[in-house]
Design a protein around this ligand. Sequence first.
Ligand code: 5GP
Length: 361
Amino acid sequence: MEDWFLLPKIELHAHLNGSIRNSTLLELAKQLGDEGVLVFADVEHVIMKNRMSMAECFKLFDLIHVVTTDHATVTRITKEVVEDFAAENTVYLELRTTPKKNESKGLSKRSYMEAVINGLRAIDTVDVYFTPASGSMEISITPPINDSCNGSTRRKIYVRLLLSIDRRETTAAAMETVQLALEMRDLGVVGLDLSGNPVVGEWETFLPALKFAREQGLPITLHCGEVPNQKEVQAMLDFLPQRIGHACCFEEEDWRKLKSSRIPVEICLTSNLKTETISSIDVHHFADLYNAKHPLVLCTDDTGVFSTSLSSEYCFAAASFGLDKGEIFQLGRDAIEYAFADEGVKKDLRKIFALAIKKLG
Ligand code: 5GP
């Protein structure tokens, strides 16, 4: 595991609330239990469950949101999630979250996102570069990656944000999220995501907002093919998003379209297995796409909910598909090209990976 830990890594598919530490979730649930807002024993049981169906998974997300959706908690979990990714040598993190309204807690989509930004600002154990104005790592990449041998133990990480549209939302709510994303570009928002329970909502509901985002130059990633729905998969692929996540329930025609489009796929192995979207790692589409040299990136999805980490995903892919350290390193390096960050950040990341090759041998 140490080997995977040391590699510089790129994370392009991580949901903020799904990446909450179990310890934090339990602590917060306990507090609400003490206040009589929920029954802690019931919550503890759901949180600690190792495997869950897709439906159970979305029930857990609703529970997490009850526990986390206030300004102070959003700030806290943002800080912790970024620290956790940085601790395992993630050098670029694209963190996605659904801006949420909750009038009873004085929360608007904008103030929710401000709480996220406050979380990024609050980090003092790691050097975080999260806005175009927060500069570049380049000046401080000696040593190039986090290096305890040479006396530097400070982690450095680029963070960029994607705003998620939840499939439960209306066209107007989706449009509000796009507007917010456009307004927050200077604060590190680089794109949009469509996620949420895949059996809820219609593609046509989100299309106007996604088309508007595209016209405004915002890159888009879509959760695509998590359940069998060929009509939607085809419509999503025809839309030509910059990336898609999962791609589990594809038909022959979908694979053909995907491969000819060269749309990069965010692969979340543990998530796919734990939600039983894929029955076994032996039949996971990673192998076919990898062999076809299709653009891919290994991601975590929800480190907290699925008890995983990016290092574990690298280790799991290597063991399952017979890849060596160099091949896994190259996968991470290729992912730089699929990030939504600007060219300046990508240039820095390419340098970091080039220096890491020399260092790691
Ligand atoms: P948040 O957006 O609240 O920070 O992160 C949790 C949310 O991300 C969930 O409520 C859900 O909408 C979305 N999400 C997390 N994991 C998955 C996944 O595997 N599939 C889909 N479709 N959505 C997910």
